[in-house]
Design a binder for this molecule. Structure first.
Ligand code: BDR
Ligand code: CA
Length: 311
């Protein structure tokens, strides 16, 4: 059965990898559209990146630009991780794929209102669009099957000692989403670290086709941070929620109460995963992915790129 999804994203190197994986699986995942959000870079930049990437690989798609700032904090782009453009590394063509003349929130409303099936939201950036949508159109919550998101962590952070970037960037939005009672699947840093691509696997992508070359150029830039630190692999963060939709059997997970810290010098954006036992079943608001089978994961990911090159 095909699952209908909206991809909310801030491309972003790993966002693009997630989108490529989804595009290679049209029988399992029908992408109804992409909504973009301020995150890795300003929303205009990440939206332009997505339009260029779809153009580069000969795909079309509905793109709606979303919120240009987090709910309470100022945008905090990450040129160190993603470059000034938000997608430094590859040479991309001018976009022929057009961005819709409709805000992401209205796009989500139209899609959900007109769908007879429930829709899965895949959230790969800060949760601003989704929070605004839930607040603006509460009657459409029942149309959401689940929100599967890359964000948060159980133990340690990346942007702060205890906070992961997507949640840190807009913790107030994350709080709204995590308290929404909508089923949430959280791909946090721990499972994403297990889903790391070896740098030798990145190097081997070059020269095999248009899509693999693009992935190579994107991942070369993205992996520089870890290569410079003598690591042999880099996490494919945003690919995890998409892979989990395709192959939940590759993962283990557990339901926990997850609370969001909205402020704190060291803890802004911390996902406080309450590990204490016993757990009241009424408090378990998120299914947290805990482990994944890296080898199976990576085979499906690399095969997806090969598949796209055959099309
Ligand atoms: C997350 O932050 C961004 O840099 C990535 O695109 C990913 O969504 C990882 O913390
Ligand atoms: Ca992202």
């Amino acid at each position: 059965m095909t699952r209908k999804i909206i991809i909310d994203c801030d491309p972003g190197h790993d966002d693009v990898m997630a989108i490529l994986l989804a595009l290679a699986h049209p029988e399992e995942l029908e992408i109804l559209g992409y909504t973009t959000v301020c995150g890795n870079q300003l929303v205009e930049k990440v939206t332009a990146n997505l339009a260029k990437v779809l153009t580069a690989i000969g795909k079309s798609g509905k793109i709606a630009m979303g919120c240009d700032t987090p709910l309470h904090y100022a945008p905090d782009p990450q040129p160190g991780a993603h470059g000034e453009s938000g997608l430094d590394g590859p040479i991309l063509p001018e976009a022929t794929v057009k961005v819709l003349d409709k805000h992401a929130i209205e796009f989500m409303r139209d899609v959900l209102e007109n769908s007879d099936k429930k829709i899965t939201i895949v959230a790969l950036g800060p949760l601003t669009n989704i929070a605004v949508f839930l607040k603006t159109y509460p009657h459409l919550r029942s149309k959401i099957e689940c929100i599967t998101l890359m964000g948060g962590s159980i133990y340690s952070g990346n942007i702060l000692p205890k906070a992961e970037f997507n949640i840190y960037e807009d913790p107030h939005a994350a709080k709204i989403v995590f308290e929404s009672s909508i089923p949430i699947i959280m791909s946090g840093l721990e499972v994403c670290n297990e889903a790391s691509i070896l740098h030798t696997e990145i190097d081997a992508l070059q020269g095999n086709g248009k899509v693999q070359d693009l992935a190579h150029d994107i991942l070369q830039f993205f992996s520089k941070y870890n290569r410079d630190r003598n690591k042999d692999r880099s996490p494919l963060f945003d690919v995890v929620p998409i892979m989990h939709l395709l192959h939940p059997e590759y993962f283990t997970s557990q339901k926990f109460p997850v609370h969001i810290e909205v402020a704190g010098e060291y803890t802004r954006g911390m996902t406080v995963v309450d590990l204490r036992e016993p757990r009241d079943p009424n408090t378990l608001n998120a299914e947290v992915l805990t482990h994944c089978d890296r080898d199976k994961f990576m085979k499906v990911f690399l095969d997806a790129l090969i598949q796209l090159d055959k099309n």
